[in-house]
Design a protein around this ligand. Structure first.
Ligand SMILES: *[C@@H]1O[C@H](CO)[C@@H](O)[C@H](O)[C@H]1NC(C)=O
Ligand SMILES: *[C@@H]1O[C@H](CO)[C@@H](O)[C@H](O)[C@H]1NC(C)=O
Ligand SMILES: *[C@@H]1O[C@H](CO)[C@@H](O)[C@H](O)[C@H]1NC(C)=O
Ligand SMILES: *[C@@H]1O[C@H](CO)[C@@H](O)[C@H](O)[C@H]1NC(C)=O
Ligand SMILES: *[C@@H]1O[C@H](CO)[C@@H](O)[C@H](O)[C@H]1NC(C)=O
Ligand SMILES: *[C@@H]1O[C@H](CO)[C@@H](O)[C@H](O)[C@H]1NC(C)=O
Length: 835
């Protein structure tokens, strides 16, 4: 320690003349002056003195400020770049309040840089060591006309602001002397770098030599020496007006200074009265890792390792040969490039000095989660962290560009999150034995699946054969409706058949919007210009007039912003028709499964659709007076209004019933493959949980932009649910996300939707949440149970060889043929058995 100390002790030789000083003064007025060899200016508390001196072996004369207890410790020099060659210098306060240093010929060698003038100017040396020019009666620091603290030399004194006044552009920094003989600015400086999140840096010339780092609320992230202590407290202020670091002594009779010496070593000293000497306050072992950017980009320095530099996890040396010969300057590069919008995540790096923040961005009020989302949104964002670590952390700090100058600390240090391709994350986190188990699980699961698929295929084949034989494909679809509506009078508008025929151009093919669950749907335009959608229910329904009326009344009672509104009906000449509001954006499947149109559904729109459908379904299940199970929820049954708000259609056309009663009595299966729950498809049992299953499929389809049915993947034979599950257990869920989705909100938010989707498609109905839980799960950050393997029943039928014979399975869902083929009606066969 002594070896270091001697570097900082300036042997300043003072002229004999100064020793003969007889008179000290407390202030200078315009009529007074300080002459070399005459009076010194002394601070009121007598801690500091100002006068003329010659440093080291030099004969040049300077005006400086030093400690009274330690006259060779000069803390400030006025004319550091303009020495006087003789002892004739005079420091005067001009009438306008400008301090001037004159030479023998009355030429101005140095002056305080002031522009405004004062009535009653006074120059004073404060007991902090600050030389100020002020109005005689005004002691407010903000009104000082000039102060030496604004022009520091090599010493950072207590109360002195090191940093920027952003309003005036004044940059206060300390700079080393050229040598112990020459106080002119040398190569080294300690300053606040205001770029990005401000940080304290030690510079050599124009380049950073070491970096204390950015402020984390408690200290500079890389400065292990600066800690709360009994000698001084410190603060870092950064707002729109100022960026500065300063410190204050807790006991003002203790002296402490922070100085950068001509060789670039910056250190704090404390005056020890007993020994009458300056002792270093804290000596951090200045090790190799302190060198700015020693290890290059994306690497960390750890002084306890050998070699000290290593690439961050998931990164490789850019120039392996140079790296091995311990030239680390090229740094490291990613093993897997970022995918930006689709599949990036973050890996937590703990206990480090945060990377250089000169190309960073920050926000003091954002949460860490918002921070992550913000980073994901911008492809050039490479990392994020908490801005202020106090009280559990607050604020957001984002890095753009490469990450340099990271060092690992054995204790302390901060955490930050590095952007990585998701596949890297999976790779990194799964490097345990557990991955093997999971792999086995997947293989076994897949095998079971294939067997399951074959069985399903066979069953289907048998059913279809039976149906064909019996020729009973018509099956009255609405026989099983309850007469819940009673005999109330219809308050629903009845449309005249002629008007409908007119509106739809006599059900012209041009007007056909598609084939819904119970018949074709046509677009119509009423004479007053209003657009409607007319569902023409299958003629041969065999349903009585009263029955139909009752149903319509029931359905009309269901009103929710996420349900398509029933405007009226038309019952005439054996025609049963329902008139709905017209949805210009058609159905969700026309967007979500369509390459160009999918792009229009960004993540926020998709979230909105998922939540809307959830709310609509919740209303059907629980909130409406009736309890409705949709039984055929699917993308083509979700219509979109002008603002892309989802509206469920075809609800209530399935069996509707009141109260809590759940009728799981099996008499018919309807629904759509790909969306059908296992218990429904296998045993015809349905409950609200069957809709939850369909909803889960829908969620995964919306997130991935892929159809569950018809899904195929080069690596496996799983359907979309199986694929989602596989990615989930491999922690690669982000790969499920549609690459056309655009900017994502936050990673956790996306994962949450996938998580909820998986919970909804659980095999056992009791493992699935009900819709009120789903709505709550989607809108909160509450804990979610772990999903199990989903119900795989609805495997991709394309994999089944039998499906190729019935090519309709892969056909467009809207066409009539595919519609009919997709529906399985075992009703006929059951009845047959009953008879
Ligand atoms: C310098 O200024 C002082 C006071 O204004 C004056 O007495 C002196 O003669 C001047 N000296 C020279 C060399 O001009
Ligand atoms: C005094 O300072 C002036 C202005 O800087 C300069 O021109 C002059 O040569 C100096 N005189 C001496 C004796 O150094
Ligand atoms: C004095 O102020 C001017 C303009 O305000 C500036 O350009 C100059 O660098 C300043 N000089 C010193 C020594 O601060
Ligand atoms: C401040 O320091 C002086 C000298 O070390 C000591 O005598 C005094 O008790 C201290 N005051 C407080 C309040 O700690
Ligand atoms: C910081 O974040 C808050 C909350 O998200 C926001 O209101 C504010 O506008 C942001 N400030 C800046 C400068 O972006
Ligand atoms: C990403 O951030 C950088 C740096 O702040 C900015 O220049 C760029 O415009 C941002 N890009 C987007 C798409 O927001």
């Amino acid at each position: 320690m002594g070896a270091i100390t001697h570097l900082f002790v300036y042997s300043v030789f003072f002229s004999l003349l100064r020793i003969s000083i007889t008179q000290d003064s407390i202030s200078i007025t315009p009529s007074q002056s300080i002459r070399d060899g005459g009076t010194t200016l002394v601070s009121a508390g007598r801690s500091f003195q100002l006068g003329f001196f010659s440093p080291g072996n030099s004969n040049s004369r300077y005006v400086g400020i030093w400690y009274t207890v330690s006259p060779d410790t000069v803390v400030w020099v006025a004319n550091r770049e303009a020495p006087l060659s003789d002892h004739s210098g005079v420091l005067k306060l001009a009438d306008d309040g400008v301090l001037v240093l004159l030479n023998s010929t009355n030429g101005t060698v140095w002056s305080s840089n002031t522009s405004t003038t004062l009535q009653n100017p006074l120059a004073q040396l404060l007991d902090t060591g600050n030389l100020v020019v002020k109005d005689g009666n005004d002691d407010k620091p903000e009104n000082f006309l000039w102060q030496s603290f604004d022009y520091p030399c090599d010493t950072h004194l207590p109360e002195m602001k090191l940093g920027w006044n952003l309003v005036t552009g004044l940059d206060r920094f300390i700079s080393s002397w050229k040598s112990t003989d020459d106080p002119a600015p040398g190569e080294y400086s300690v300053r606040i770098d205001p770029r990005g999140l401000p940080q304290r840096v030690n510079m050599k010339g124009d380049s950073i030599k070491t970096r204390a780092g950015s402020w984390n609320g408690i200290t500079f992230t890389g400065n292990q020496g600066l800690r709360p202590n009994p000698v001084f407290r410190y603060e870092f202020v950064f707002n729109e007006k100022e960026i500065y670091y300063d410190y204050k002594l807790l006991n003002t009779s203790v002296f402490s200074r922070f100085v950068i010496d001509p060789s670039g070593i910056a250190q704090r000293f404390i005056w020890v009265d007993r020994t009458q000497s300056w002792e270093p306050f804290f000596t951090s072992e200045a090790d190799q890792c302190e060198n700015y950017g020693l290890c290059g980009a994306y690497a960390t320095c750890n002084i306890n390792n050998s070699p000290i530099c290593s690439c961050l996890e998931g990164f490789l040396p850019k120039s392996p040969k140079a790296w091995d010969s311990i030239d680390w300057s090229d740094g490291c590069v990613r093993r897997t490039p970022l995918k930006c919008k689709v599949g990036d995540g973050f890996r937590k790096q703990t206990g480090v000095k945060l990377p250089d923040t000169s190309s960073s961005w920050y926000n003091k009020s954002m949460t860490l989660q918002e921070c992550e989302g913000m980073c994901l949104k911008n492809c050039s964002c490479t990392a994020y962290s908490t801005l202020d670590v106090r009280g559990g952390g607050s604020g957001c700090l984002l890095w753009f560009g490469s990450l340099v100058d990271i060092r690992e600390f054995s204790e302390g240090g901060q955490d930050f999150y590095i952007r990585m391709a998701i596949s890297e994350l999976g790779h990194l986190e799964k490097e345990g034995q557990s991955s093997k188990k999971k792999l086995v699980g997947i293989i076994v699961g897949s095998a079971l699946l294939v067997v399951g698929m074959i069985i399903v295929g066979l069953l289907l084949y048998i059913w279809k054969k039976k149906l064909k034989k019996q020729g009973t494909t018509k099956g009255s679809q609405r026989k099983d409706y309850d007469n819940e509506g009673g005999k109330e009078d219809m308050e629903l508008p009845i449309f005249d058949l002629a008007a409908i025929v007119n509106a739809t151009d006599n059900f012209s093919n041009n007007k056909k919007l598609g084939e819904g669950g119970f018949g074709p749907v046509y677009k119509g335009t009423l004479p007053e210009g209003r657009d409607i959608a007319v569902k023409r229910l299958s003629k041969n329904s065999g349903q009585g007039l009263d029955e139909f009326k009752n149903e319509v009344i029931l359905i009309a009672k269901l009103q929710h912003r996420n349900l398509v509104k029933l405007l009226g009906c038309c019952i005439q000449e054996n025609e049963n028709m329902l008139v709905y509001e017209y949805m210009p954006n058609k159905s969700l499947d026309s967007f979500i499964f369509d390459q160009p149109k999918r792009k229009l559904l960004d993540w926020n729109k998709r979230i909105n659709i998922i939540r809307g459908v959830a709310k609509g379904l919740l209303y059907l299940h629980e909130d409406s007076r009736l309890r409705i199970i949709h039984r055929d929820l699917k993308a083509s049954n979700i219509l979109l209004d002008n603002d892309m708000n989802p509206k469920i259609s075809d609800f209530g056309l399935a069996r509707s019933f009141g109260g809590d009663q759940i009728d799981s009595e099996t008499n018919r299966i309807m629904g759509t493959y790909g969306y059908m729950s296992p218990e429904y498809a296998e045993h015809g049992q349905y409950s609200v949980k069957s809709d939850v299953f369909s909803f889960g499929v829908l969620v995964l389809e919306i997130v991935s932009g892929k159809k569950n049915r018809g899904f195929c993947h080069p690596d496996h034979h799983l359907n979309l649910l199986g694929h989602a599950w596989k990615l989930w257990i491999e922690d690669r869920s982000m790969e499920l996300v549609d690459e056309l989705i655009g900017d994502l909100c936050t990673l956790s938010n996306v994962l949450r939707h996938i998580h909820v989707g998986l919970l909804c498609v659980q095999h056992r109905p009791e493992d699935r949440p009900n819709m009120s839980s789903v709505v709550q799960m989607l809108s909160s950050e509450s804990f979610l149970p772990k999903p199990k393997q989903p119900g795989f029943f609805t495997v991709s039928l394309e994999d089944d060889s039998s499906s190729s014979k019935h090519g309709t399975y892969s056909a467009n869902e809207i066409t009539t043929t595919s519609f009919k083929a997709r529906r399985i009606r075992i009703e006929g066969s059951k009845r047959e058995k009953g008879k």
